[in-house]
Design a protein around this ligand. Sequence first.
Ligand code: FAD
Length: 497
Amino acid sequence: DAALVWCRRDLRAHDHAALYHALKAARRVFVAFVFDTEILDALLQQGQRADRRVEFIRDSLVDLDRQLQALAQRASTPGAGLIVLHGLARDEIPRLARELHVQAVYANRDYEPAAVARDARVRGALADAGIGFHTSKDQVVFETDELLTATGGPYGVFTPYRNAWLKKLDGFFVQPYPVAKYADALAPLPAALVAPWNGERVPTLAAIGFEATNLAQLKILPGTAGARELLHEFVAERIDRYEDTRNFPAVKGPSYLSAHLRFGTLSIRELAGIAWDRMRGGSRGAEVWLSELIWRDFYHQVLHHHPQVDGKSFRPEYDRIKWEHGKHADELFAAWCQGRTGYPLVDAAMQQINQTGYMHNRLRMVVASFLAKDLGLDWRRGESYFATHLNDFDLAANNGGWQWASSSGCDAQPYFRIFNPVSQSQKFDPQGKFIRRYLPQLAGLSDAAIHAPWQASPVELEAAGLVLGRDYPKPIVDHALAREKTLERYAVVKRAS
Ligand code: FAD
């Protein structure tokens, strides 16, 4: 009997739940990935022909194909490899399953509403052909209903969720799936699928309608190989100091593994297992890092139990807020997107996302707060900008982050807590190192003046060769006034509750 493993956000051949279950159950196992035109066409329609995620996936598939070949070689069953298709996944997978005469398709569960709907259609189409569809937990440590409160509901507050998560964790939940042990079931590819893309197994970017990005220049290494390099460096050099360094964007503090976690080039079990071991060995840094991985699970369970957060506020009363709209609001939004707000930390952060597709966590909080609480713009505008630009874009974490910053979310920042973009800058980029990296026109200002150039003396501005309004914008809003306006704007929430 034969099976097909459908990879989506799990681009690795080790510690992979669906692959393991398929290899154990069937004698011939094929592995496929579909460049889903439903997703890709939306990017192309927005004019996003150069998309770092598409390139990251494409290059990670080359790595995955190599891993599958190596596994099969070692198991003395050469000829296996990855099947890569381009089309509507909901049609392509049932078609391929029929063509390969498999009895079952295996996949790892994806909790995003659009993926849930797609998988339901695929399940139906497969059932019509008498083919099974088996899904497994793989993307998170604890999913859906595995952690519930004493009254049987989902958690709405992070700290008790985290405590319950840590209490439930034992070696079983972080144990790797021993894929290699069963790799002799990997099936050789049928002749037509050996090298279908112009002699290659994986299509070029051009073959699927995309262009190269600056991924290689940024030294963002794709695939499990790239992920391992980052993980090794983080665990060997930084994890124990994570708590002290993670808030400073100019310091190499965090792991930079988010895109790898998004596309599953590493297993969350492995990362959680490493952090958990280290934490039990007394590392405070590892404990705090593990908490971040738990936030990731937390937001996935929020999205699962409350899929309406994709579009609506978690707390419905927050949808009564009247956001700024019209031409002036559009101009403010454009200034935010392009890093022209006149607040250096905000602008440097927006340069970081625009140039690299990454943004430091502290800065994500600062720019999100700035959009909602300084500019008075609907958080969904910022959320969708992040969705198109972040290499690690993940609906659950992104929505959770935006609703946290705008105060509308599950266990969010209280609405009256409003980040001051200048004091955040003084506190977390005290010497302006991060600002200078992304806004070289401000490099000549002193450490004291760089956070608020409009407050610098004319002498200092002249010495720095800086003319405000020409070389760098004047602030587009006054923070103190904006703060008052925001408290008024959010008053509808207080009245509603
Ligand atoms: P590390 O600090 O090394 O953390 C390790 C991992 O933990 C991350 O890779 C990530 O998978 C997870 N993690 C860390 N913080 C969070 C968090 N607050 N919520 C959920 N998971 C977390 N993260 C995304 O992966 N995708 C997003 O689209 C995303 N959008 C965000 C939007 C906003 C407004 C905010 C405030 C945060 C967002 N985050 C998002 C969370 C966080 O900023 C990133 O995960 C982190 O900056 C990635 O860098 P790192 O891999 O070096 O993280």
